[in-house]
Design a protein around this ligand. Structure first.
Ligand code: ADP
Ligand code: MG
Length: 455
């Protein structure tokens, strides 16, 4: 029946989704009337419960089941053990000596993988509202290189997963189309290669190398700014690949229009395909990333400790991972089990307790949830009391718990600073008088500051 279930599922979701989520699933048979499916990690388990449980039940129903039940079980990791527990270093350093043979780390078997970090796969990429568009675009490109969006341009601040996504496309294509040639290069090493090629009179090799690939990944393209000769050469590389329907993926810390001194003809080409951004992850995504990281590294760490870390490190995923490692190192050096107190201590050198960061979005979300309302509505322009009170509470708490200025808070809510000021004084005035409001503010404050009194 599993094949029938898969057939049903396949008809109801996109090919990309199917391949990402269903292809790796193992059918573990029927136990106590429930179809048991093996998934790779607890993240996948949660994802299935949230997104595919109903679909699977429908599938069983369509096959005649009266009261279909599906459960998920995390499979023991087999393959991942090859890569972890220790993370490999990030992508190898840029080649210094032009197109000559580059040292390929022994761990990457295929030629294509020589410059791909084995950790940077789609499976290891946690999808959240901050990155789901970039993720979907990357998957679409991986699925049909050269056909979906060309070029794909991903931009966002440092440490948010641009390089990870590019490599993920590389891995995916390597697996599914082993005959395709893939080149990943930072803009810096593209530039160095070009300089060396000019110096050594090896332009032909240089051009062959970059123009004969099926997938070209160029990271941090903002560094093309001001480099005229590199821009010229990249322009021709781009055209050669594009005309042959070869996929190009570019990353940058800003959109093409904001890259200064970029030739117009390059800028317009960068805008031909799809431009998508990655934002800072919200709290839930940060927890999910930490969870996945801990699992991959076989670290058994309580959820509440992960939550504490996720509250402290808010902007950058690289730092988030660093904080986790710091906590792990601290507790193993001191031979103490993980706890919130230990974690708070481990991070106290990096983040003073009073600096505990609570982002505006987190406060808005918590407040909206507390009042049973979608965050967008609370942030929106509605003027009825049911919306105005939560909005004022959110403004008040943001003012109290973060270091954002009144104009910044105003901007976040699409209003001016005097509205925020009014909200803050309104709530201040009501505190102590309005029992319900006071209870709400207290509960939310405690929730947001859950880190403050470990143990
Ligand atoms: P960027 O290229 O945008 O500076 P990276 O791709 O180097 O950022 O990501 C920084 C670190 O964060 C990497 O270790 C990467 O694996 C991790 N990371 C980023 N986004 C995610 C995500 N959505 N899920 C899991 N790990 C992520
Ligand atoms: Mg990067």
């Amino acid at each position: 029946i599993w094949a029938d279930v898969l057939g049903y599922v396949r008809k109801n979701i996109s090919e990309v989704e199917y391949h990402t989520w269903f292809a790796p699933v193992k059918n573990l048979g029927v136990q106590e009337g429930s179809l048991v499916l093996g998934v790779r990690n607890s993240f996948a388990q949660e994802w299935f419960r949230k997104h595919y449980l109903e679909l699977l039940e429908d599938a069983l129903r369509s096959l005649g089941a009266q009261n279909p039940q599906v459960s998920f079980q995390v499979l023991p990791a087999v393959q991942e053990a090859m890569i972890l527990p220790q993370d490999p270093p990030p992508a190898p350093p840029p080649a210094r000596s032009g197109p000559g043979p580059r040292q390929a780390p022994a761990a990457f078997p295929a030629e294509n993988r020589k410059s791909l970090n084995p950790k940077y796969t789609f499976e290891n990429f946690v999808v959240g509202p901050n990155n789901n568009l970039a993720h979907a675009a990357a998957l679409a490109v991986a699925e049909s290189p050269g056909k979906a969006y060309n070029p794909l341009f991903i931009y966002g601040d440092v440490g948010l997963g641009k390089t990870h996504l590019m490599h993920a496309v590389g891995h995916y294509i390597t697996e599914r189309f082993p005959e395709k040639r893939i080149e990943y290069v930072s803009t810096e090493s593209f530039t160095n290669d070009l300089i060396n090629a000019i110096r050594d009179d090896k332009m032909t090799q240089f051009r062959n190398r970059y123009r004969s690939v099926d997938l070209l990944l160029v990271d941090d393209i903002q560094f093309l700014a001001g480099k005229e000769r590199t821009q010229e050469e990249f322009f021709h590389t781009f055209n050669a690949l594009y005309e042959n329907h070869k996929q190009i993926i570019l990353s940058s810390d800003r959109p093409p229009k904001d890259i200064q001194t970029l030739e117009g003809r390059l800028r317009s080409r960068f805008e031909w395909g799809l431009i998508t951004d990655i934002q800072s992850p919200e709290y839930e995504t940060r927890v999910a990333i930490l969870k996945m990281n801990a699992e991959h590294n076989r670290i058994d760490i309580p959820q509440e400790v992960l939550e504490l870390i996720a509250r402290q490190v808010t902007s950058n995923i690289r730092e988030l991972e660093g904080a986790l490692m710091r906590v792990v190192a601290f507790s193993s050096l001191n031979s103490v089990p993980f706890s919130r107190a230990v974690a708070a201590k481990a991070l106290s050198n990096v983040f003073a307790p009073q600096e505990i960061k609570v982002e505006m979005m987190d406060v808005l979300r918590a407040t909206a949830a507390h009042f049973n309302m979608p965050p967008d509505v609370v942030r929106g322009s509605g003027r009825v009391r049911e919306v105005v009170v939560p909005r004022q509470v959110a403004m008040y708490l943001i003012r109290e718990l973060t270091s954002h200025s009144l104009p910044e808070i105003g901007q976040f809510f699409g209003r001016d600073h005097s509205t925020v000021m009014h909200a803050v004084s309104k709530v201040t005035e009501q505190l102590g008088r309005d029992a319900e409001l006071t209870a709400s503010v207290d509960a939310l404050r405690r929730q947001m500051q859950a880190v403050d009194d470990p143990e």
